[in-house]
Design a protein around this ligand. Structure first.
Ligand SMILES: [Zn+2]
Length: 409
């Protein structure tokens, strides 16, 4: 199957230009789109409009995920899609590429007069990045029961607004958040197309435009709070200080240093918050968020223990204390082997693992799930420099259409 020349390209450019201005920081060029915020509400409107124009039936599920149905919902449905939210200051492709490609793949199938024998649904999962409430894959975790709705309702954003209130504001009743067995029972299989993050596709085959996912490494987030004594930056002698910023800084360095003993592992501090946060104030506490990814959950936890031990040692020398709070943890996920083989065969694409978390990784515990990756030559992601060439994105649409035709035919 080859893509209809021109038509898909024009639809792709048009969708991309409609999305380009939503949630974009003009100075950095990065996108900040978080669940139930103004940008997210505009994206939801955009998706609903796009799907409705195609004659798809759109609904919001009890967890704020959007579904657009081609054919009445029924068990065995082939579901594709991704997410529309971003990390703070993220790129244009992470998430939206999978949603746009799914809509365009439906167009392709129709233009080829493919009549699927199973329903096809395009899904947009809520808060995949956890950029607002700290819990990644929020929508898919709630759907599958992998997140406790009581805990989720109590999550707060940086402005102390609860998720329950934010959901209410967006028209999602927080009382009904939680596992959705009925909906889950409709999903025959799930395919998520995503821009590649990192350069494993290039390493596997420098010519490959598309890749197929094999597994997602274990990953988790921790909040390390270093508590000391707030004081005056000008009048407090060094010996009298219990400055939590000093051990916090040592903790950041430890997160890099411990990696030498763990090949393949990564640990990142991308966010740090001194309390109260004043230039002439010795902080009373510092919160350090740690993102760690490694082969298995046990390996990951071991790495965090090593970092925390170094941090505690530094904190003790400064007269400070440390508490460690795990915000999320996802065990290593093997995507459906049969689907991976089928997709690799259909697309003549290499099969690669990924260090990035995805909704497909959450769904994989319940339904056969697969991932397709579109080449990203620089490997940059979660930053404004994230990029995929239009020709490669169109190859992704073509490939996804082919995959959907095979799965739903
Ligand atoms: Zn993503």
């Amino acid at each position: 199957m080859k893509i209809t020349p021109g038509a898909s390209a024009a639809r792709f450019e048009s969708a991309w230009s409609e999305l380009a201005g939503i949630g974009r920081d003009r100075r950095s060029g990065g996108y900040s789109r978080h669940v139930f915020d103004d940008a997210d509400l505009l994206l939801r409107e955009w998706f609903t409009d796009q799907a409705t124009r195609r004659g798809l039936d759109v609904e919001t599920d009890r967890n704020g995920n959007l579904w657009a149905w081609w054919g009445p919902p029924a068990p065995g449905a082939v579901v594709t899609g991704s997410h529309l939210d971003s990390v703070p200051g993220g790129g244009a492709f992470d998430g939206p590429l999978g949603v746009v490609s799914a809509l365009l793949a439906v167009d392709e199938l129709r233009s080829r007069r493919v009549a699927p024998s199973r329903p096809i649904a395009v899904v947009c999962f809520a808060e995949e990045e956890g950029g607002r409430f700290g819990l990644p894959c929020l929508g898919s975790r709630l759907l599958t029961g992998a997140a406790d709705p009581d805990r989720v309702r109590r999550l707060h954003d940086a402005n102390s607004l609860s998720l329950a209130d934010a959901a209410k504001h967006a028209g999602v009743d927080p009382r009904y958040l939680g596992p959705d067995a009925e909906r889950l029972a409709l999903i025959g299989c799930f395919v998520e197309l995503h821009v590649e993050q990192g350069r494993l596709l290039h390493a596997a085959d420098p010519q490959a435009v598309l890749g197929v996912g094999s597994r997602i490494v274990a990953h988790g987030r921790w909040r390390l709070t270093v508590s000391g004594e707030g004081n005056h930056a000008g009048t407090t002698a060094p010996a009298d200080r219990h400055d939590p910023m000093v051990p916090a800084a040592a903790g950041v360095l430890a997160a890099r240093r411990v990696l030498t003993g763990h090949p393949g592992a990564v640990a990142t501090v991308g966010r740090i918050r001194p309390i109260p946060g004043g230039t002439n104030v010795i902080a009373s506490a510092v919160e350090v968020w740690l993102d760690v990814r490694h082969g298995s959950a046990a390996d990951t936890a071991e790495l965090v223990d090593e970092i925390a031990a170094e941090l505690r040692e530094e904190a003790a020398m400064e007269g400070c204390t440390v508490t460690v709070h795990r915000e999320s943890m996802s065990e290593q996920v093997t995507l459906d082997v049969g689907m991976a083989m089928q997709l690799a065969d259909l697309l003549s694409a290499p099969v690669i693992p990924t260090g990035a978390g995805h909704d497909a990784g959450i769904l994989a515990a319940e339904v056969p799930s697969a991932m397709m990756f579109v080449r990203n030559p620089s490997g940059v992601s979660h930053a404004p420099g994230e990029h995929a060439d239009t020709a490669d994105c169109l190859a992704g649409v073509d490939g996804l259409a082919e995959v959907l035709a095979a799965l739903a035919g």
